[in-house]
Design a protein around this ligand. Sequence first.
Ligand code: HEM
Length: 531
Amino acid sequence: MHAISIISIIIGLTPIFGWLLLRRWYFQIVDQSHLQVRRQDGQTVPLRNPKLLLGNLVEVYQADNRLAAYHSFHEQLGEIVQIFWMWRHQISITNLPMARHILVGNQKNYQKFRPNIIIQKLYGTSVLTNNGVAWQRQRSLMQSLFTPQRVAQFYGTFVTCAQELAEKWRSQINATVGPVHHNIYPDCNALFLDIIGRSALGTDFRALQGDVDDTLADIRFILKQSNHPLHQFTTWWQYLPLPQNRQLAQTFQRIDQFLYKLIQQRRVALQSQPCSPPENLLDLLLQATQLTETDLQPFTDREIRDNLFAIIVNGYESVATSVTFTLALLARHPELLEQVQQEVDQFFQEHSVISSYLPQLPTLRAAIVESLRLYPPMAGLQRVSLQPDIVEGWTIPSNQVIGIPLHPLHLNSDYYGSDPDRFQPQRYLDLRQATGDEKARGCPLRTFLNQPQAQAEQLPLTFGDGARRCLGETFALHEMTIVLAILLHQFTFTVQAGDEAVMELGKFGLFISMVPKDAVNLTIGLRQPPS
Ligand code: HEM
């Protein structure tokens, strides 16, 4: 009897002991990691009250707007803060000199952070996820795919797809016998999916027509699964015999079969006709060693498959988000919209088509860059330190995850003027005039704005910086300019009372993407541009 009551007491107390042990384990992790990042004067990195097991996750995910909740860490605690996502923690930095030290100054000490298990399966060994010598080789080979001359090869596709969207809008306007009022984001998304499908694979996803292409459906399913919180925080969940996991494995199998077959077909076609020009990015990947005239090892089929995914997945949503917000910003600033439309009209009066060189259109280009500053489609940059480092007086231990959230950084008035949340494309035009039109070199954003070296500090970090800067930056800037020029030439864009354009952090994809929070509604009407 006595033994039974002792056992029942022990059983009764087990959950309490378990809870106490869990608490001790969790807050020990918090305390230890907290002490490791400190200033030379002993001050530790600010931290906001992580909750048992969940850390700060709950504050962000319960908030009405996750982006606003993220901002509040920095507003409350300053330019460097520690944030706990369950038991993982990171330092979040909105200080530009610190960011540049990590991305450029001492970039060799900072590697790309490993993405979740599904994203790793998707991108495999691609340039996006690799580090060290393997990354260096891929980057050197891929650089030649994205030079301005190579990107110009795709202008025809940019123009055709933009015209297809224009046609769609035109028939909707004709059908309603007047302007249409609708959410432009899904259309922009479909447009850039079609562009990347044709440019990367020579495949028409038919997203603008609303058809569901099988490959596209598979990519979308994988991306949706990658956002699942359990894939974010565990590696074992994928092995459970669940219907979604089975479906995921089948989807990967199907899409791999499709891609490997396509790679094989193009390899054979290019070998049988060695002088035929490359038709798409897949061809360019197959010919990368010839294009760069290097003795580096050519890409294997596996690497081509991985890099195609990196290009496709990175190459549409980001651009769609940017074009959506650029149109919304212009619609909210009618004087600027008029100025851009006059510029575009003048171009089309002098040129019937956009074929081999990018229209100058300085105001439109400045508007695009300013929109990329205010609405950066990638939420942030992430790195892990290899060795301990001292960054602006802060000791960073090895193996420290560091996040650089772009939206809060771009709204920091220390770097982007006293009114950083105002849409002011003029800031880039003023810089151009102040410094003359010297040819800018090296940085695609400076080249795009025709700015000299010295102005790097005033440009947004939307495409990253240093050696791991976005590979598709020139491709993105050129397609955005061409698409916007065509749409702005043919349509009027206005907003109605209550129309909003608010940005939100993508869910659980480790905050990789930013998307419109709700519909981005604009009123679109037909324009009569001067002929
Ligand atoms: C507005 C559009 C885009 C934005 C804002 C953007 C932004 C970025 C950012 C922030 C990074 C990571 C930099 C880092 O971690 O330091 C990146 C990397 C990359 N992007 Fe983009 N991107 C865009 C469009 C594109 C397009 C159109 C392509 C391909 C056609 C592309 C291909 C890549 C690749 C391959 C990398 C990996 C580079 C490396 O790690 O060496 N991106 N991009």
